[in-house]
Design a protein. Structure first.
Length: 244
């Protein structure tokens, strides 16, 4: 059963915004609030996209406006997913085996694989967003914010846990109606706006999913963060092709 309180719970998990939330309820709901993750992603994208649109309206170039919108987005999330992508790249790229990869992913330091992954991810997102006009930028950020969280929700439900502790394990695995609602509404929006972009949204995170299954046997919070980033890039690339 979904609850309206799941929305602030989702905000408290996925952002650094000071949203008032009942932490006891948030702990109990965990993955059950996952249906609201795409909604949170859409709202974050709307705020960041509106900032970029306003910047363009004042005369700022599309490239600088896109960079400003991306900066606002990263500030709101506290670079949560970017951190996951970097840890994933370091652990899966440099780990000798499962235990070594998981140990690296828990390390707060960022290695060469992580730095390269962050530079490429931010660069691709920035350059993709710079291709849109004001309204297009807003739509692209809303849609990519929602779809990338829907993909993350689906992967979290489908992939086994790679370890018994950590953010993903403590949140739990979403099931049934939670996944159906979270992914269903987002899928409808994509099919209505840019169905061709579904190919990139699905294909781009796939190598990371396969590598995580082979190397560590499942998902962690870092893997989910990496999946979100790749799905967001896939959506933006797909939209840039469709609307170019």
């Amino acid at each position: 059963m979904i609850e309206v309180h799941d929305i602030p719970v989702a905000f408290s998990l996925l952002t650094r915004l000071p949203v008032p939330v009942d932490h006891a309820r948030a702990g109990l709901r965990g993955a059950r609030a996952g249906w609201a993750w795409p909604l949170v992603g859409a709202i974050l994208g709307a705020v960041a996209g509106a900032v970029g649109w306003a910047a363009m309206w004042t005369g700022l170039s599309p490239t600088l406006s896109a960079g400003l919108a991306l900066a606002v987005l990263v500030l709101m999330t506290g670079a949560l997913h970017e951190d996951g992508l970097a840890d994933c790249a370091d652990g899966l790229g440099g780990g000798r085996d499962k235990s070594h990869a998981l140990e690296i992913m828990k390390d707060s330091r960022v290695g060469a694989f992580g730095v390269v992954a962050l530079v490429l991810a931010l660069g691709l997102r920035w350059q993709s967003l710079a291709l849109f006009d004001g309204a297009g930028l807003l739509v692209a950020m809303v849609l990519s914010g929602a779809t990338s969280r829907a993909v993350m929700l689906t992967v979290m439900a489908w992939m086994p846990l790679a370890r018994s502790e950590g953010l993903s394990a403590s949140t739990g695995q979403p099931r049934g109606v939670t996944v159906a609602i979270g992914t269903g509404l987002t899928l409808i929006a994509v099919l209505l706006i840019a169905p061709a972009s579904l190919i990139a949204i699905v294909l781009l995170p796939l190598p990371l999913i396969i590598l995580a299954l082979r190397k560590i046997g499942g998902q962690t919070g870092d893997v989910l963060g990496g999946v979100q980033q790749l799905a967001e890039i896939g959506c933006l690339l797909g939209l840039s092709v469709v609307f170019s």
